[in-house]
Design a protein around this ligand. Structure first.
Ligand code: F6P
Length: 515
């Protein structure tokens, strides 16, 4: 594929983006799978829209979208499909239907016997974040089963997860697509010791595994009836849609899993068929490309105004940064423009009291995606009104800002002397014009959360297509894993080598001496 910067349409897109206003744009809201995506606060003009559509055509967007949704190879460096959309189809492949039924039956049986009061979910990255997100979103008020997570190799993580739980009442869920991830296997082994120490001999009955390597799970000792499939054609960071949802089903309910699949499938249908100007993932992708590659914003802030979405930011960090943290295109050429942004944030209103000052008046600023539910699921109207007010107010301030004249007028009216007012006014100016989006969910339901996650997935995909990078591999992470294996061996053998940079070699020696 031609490098991006060699397309005349890219240059036209950049010109149109630089000329497009951000402030005072007419209302632009796209309805998609039950969500309202308000892009009024993003750079926009008709010229930019047509330049964007031209660019998409040049980057063969329709071809790639079809390839993605039909399960063709889109992960070219690993020669694999990225067919997560298949897992949420109302009528998926027969093997997917069969596995869904087996999983649901497993959960139904466990529920009917009131088995496993506790679950320790062991997995990392895509085998962890989606489950944590869903658990917090729909289990926030507590569930009959206590769910704990152990992802990090730091033993404190697993020790904390086990603390106070009776092993006899606990199911260990090992989620690992590869069943080779060092952290997960180490934590799983420790969990096995914990079960054995409690006198449990039928380990297989206290463990379930979700993996695309059932052979390895069986070798580990998991009973075949407790092993659920994760298909090779689904990337790790999309595994929320696979049998990884076992923990969600056991902890909250299978209806949550089904509802999320339905919402995501609705977003898939919207992505597949809505015209480009009304296609929410496409419109968000174009806005993101403008912000990152034309306006040079290095990051994207995610501000979910919903305490239940506390794990949305790390979930999206993996989705966006593992997918778009690349700087060569699929032909191996450097991409000439900045690609995937840093993604960061936390739920509002906590974020307001943590870093919003930087967003409002810092020298760099960042585009912000505000996410809020129109209706809450508690009955405290004042709380929700205040939450909505804060969300809208922060966004308005970032969009429209406050000029020096306005600030001066404010200072004068507060009774300050002229020179004091002029001095203070300079501190109270808000530049405004910071790009923002507002995504409104009617309420937080499995359906709307599913749609929201699929919205971001497809946005990321479209950006990958435009930049020409493969959003489905993660060679950087893989390299780190290989190095960690080697270093681990040197530490274990107590034989640090000199085959490292000066600092790593020094600390290896120190750690061996100190152990
Ligand atoms: O972080 C790299 C990664 O490969 C992710 O893509 C994946 O979600 C995670 O590791 C866990 O991998 P696995 O499910 O194979 O244990």
């Amino acid at each position: 594929m031609k490098p991006l910067e060699q397309h005349p349409s890219w240059l036209k897109f950049c010109e149109a983006a630089e000329a497009a206003p951000i402030n005072n744009n007419p209302l632009r809201v796209i309805e998609a799978a039950g969500l309202s995506v308000d892009l009024t606060g993003q750079a926009y003009s008709e010229a930019l829209q047509s330049a964007g559509e031209r660019l998409l055509a040049d980057r063969q967007f329709t071809y790639w979208r079809e390839a993605l949704l039909s399960g063709a190879v889109v992960n070219v460096t690993e020669n694999r499909a990225a067919w997560h959309s298949m897992l949420r189809k109302p009528a998926p492949l027969p093997e997917v239907t069969a596995e869904r039924s087996r999983l649901n039956e497993f959960i139904r049986q466990a529920d009917s016997e009131r088995r496993w009061r506790n679950i320790i979910h062991i997995g990392i990255g895509g085998s962890d974040w989606g489950v944590r997100l869903t658990q917090a979103a729909f289990g926030y008020a507590g569930t009959w089963r206590r769910v704990r997570f152990a992802s990090n190799i730091d033993g404190h993580s697993l020790a904390g997860a086990m603390a106070g739980l009776d092993p006899k009442e606990t199911l260990i869920v090992i989620a690992s697509k590869s069943f080779t991830t060092a952290e997960t296997l180490q934590n799983a082994e420790q969990a096995r010791q914990w079960l054995l120490a409690a006198g449990i001999n039928d380990i297989g009955q206290h463990v379930a595994a979700i993996t695309s390597r059932p052979d390895l799970a069986q070798q580990w000792g998991v009973a075949p009836s407790h092993i659920f499939t994760m298909w090779d054609w689904v990337g790790g960071r999309f595994s929320l849609w696979s049998s990884v949802s076992l923990t969600t089903g056991l902890a909250v309910s299978v209806d949550v899993v089904a509802g999320m699949q339905a919402g995501a499938a609705a977003m898939d249908a919207h992505f597949a068929s809505a015209p480009l100007a009304k296609n929410a993932p496409v419109a968000m992708a174009l806005a993101g490309i403008v912000n990152r590659s034309v306006l040079n914003y290095g990051s994207l802030n995610i501000a979910p105004y919903d305490a239940r979405l506390g794990n949305l930011v790390p979930y999206l960090q993996q989705l966006e940064m593992e997918s778009l943290g690349k700087s060569v295109d699929t032909d191996g050429n450097p991409v000439a423009v900045p690609t995937g942004p840093v993604v960061w944030g936390m739920p509002g209103t906590d974020g307001q009291h943590t870093f919003f000052q930087w967003l409002h008046q810092g020298s760099d600023g960042a585009p912000v995606d505000f996410i809020v539910c129109q209706t809450a699921d508690h009955t405290w109207a004042d709380h929700h009104r205040l939450l909505l007010a804060n969300c809208l107010a922060q966004r308005e301030a970032l969009m429209t800002g406050k000029s020096y004249e306005e600030a001066l007028d404010e200072c004068r009216r507060s009774g300050l002397e002229a020179d004091q007012a002029q001095w203070l006014a300079k501190h109270r100016v808000h530049p405004g014009g910071r790009p923002t989006s507002l995504i409104v969910l009617p309420r937080l339901s499995p359906y709307t959360l599913g749609a929201l996650l699929a919205l971001y997935e497809h946005k990321v995909f479209v950006q990958g297509v435009i930049w020409g990078i493969n959003p489905f591999d993660q060679w950087g992470v893989e390299y780190g894993k290989v190095l960690a294996d080697g270093i681990n061996q040197e530490l274990r053998d107590g034989k640090p080598t000199k085959n490292h940079d000066a600092s790593t070699a020094y600390w290896l020696e120190q750690f061996v001496k100190g152990s």
